[in-house]
Design a protein. Structure first.
Length: 220
């Protein structure tokens, strides 16, 4: 049975409202893991599927929600994939880095942005995931994704990623601010030197972040 046939059967039940908005509202407060799992993968409306996977992760044990999450992360609608990325941190290591890497490479920037954040929240990210974050932090075409990737590198604090964070200090203002804050996770002369350069940045928030990390006043 394909999604359309399965979904038609689901919507046709007495307890499944035909209107997608009403269905999403019902899903949001549902406590039945089996029903939520079915709607997360088979409901014809992407908005309902997105609400359902979030509700499932909230109410169900990981052994139930993680396999469904992996399927939802490959949904054909970007809104659903983005929700899968957003809730990944709640699954811990059950949100596998392999799936998150696919989401980081997603053609939708909002999906990739959420995936970058999720990788930064991983308890023990793989080397491949950390490498992908470093590349995204400096080379992703969307600044939103670069910003999220830099923040994730700061959250992880892997020493080998310092060059990527330093490079991001020369990006757009919002990314420079994230990069300066991320430097708090690293040590070394190059870190202090880059923070002192940031004291003269033309963006006041970048300067403020550097001042806070160096514990100096603007006059110093």
């Amino acid at each position: 049975m394909d999604r359309a046939d399965n979904a038609a059967g689901t919507v046709g039940r007495v307890d499944a409202p035909a209107d997608p908005n009403a269905r999403a509202a019902a899903v949001a407060v549902d406590q039945d893991a089996r029903r939520l799992a079915a709607q997360a993968t088979d409901d014809p409306d992407p908005g309902v599927r997105a609400v359902a996977i979030a509700a499932l992760v909230r109410v169900a044990p990981r052994r139930v929600s993680a396999p469904v999450w992996r399927r939802v992360a490959r949904d054909g609608d970007a809104r659903v994939r983005r929700r899968a990325a957003e809730i990944a941190p709640k699954l811990g290591r059950d949100a596998t880095c392999g799936v998150l890497l696919d989401l980081l490479a997603d053609g939708d920037a909002w999906v990739a942005e959420a995936a970058a954040y999720a990788i930064g929240e991983q308890p023990r990210p793989t080397h491949a995931a950390v490498t992908a974050l470093s590349i995204a932090a400096t080379a992703h075409p969307d600044p939103l994704v670069r910003e999220s990737a830099v923040a994730a590198l700061g959250a992880l604090g892997v020493p080998e990623t310092l060059p990527a964070v330093l490079a991001a200090c020369d990006d757009k203002p919002a990314i420079r601010r994230r990069a300066v804050l991320a430097l708090a996770a690293f040590e070394g002369d190059s870190v202090e030197a880059r923070l002192r350069v940031a004291l003269g940045d033309n963006d006041w928030q970048v300067r403020q972040a550097a001042e806070d990390l160096l514990a100096v006043t603007p006059e110093e």
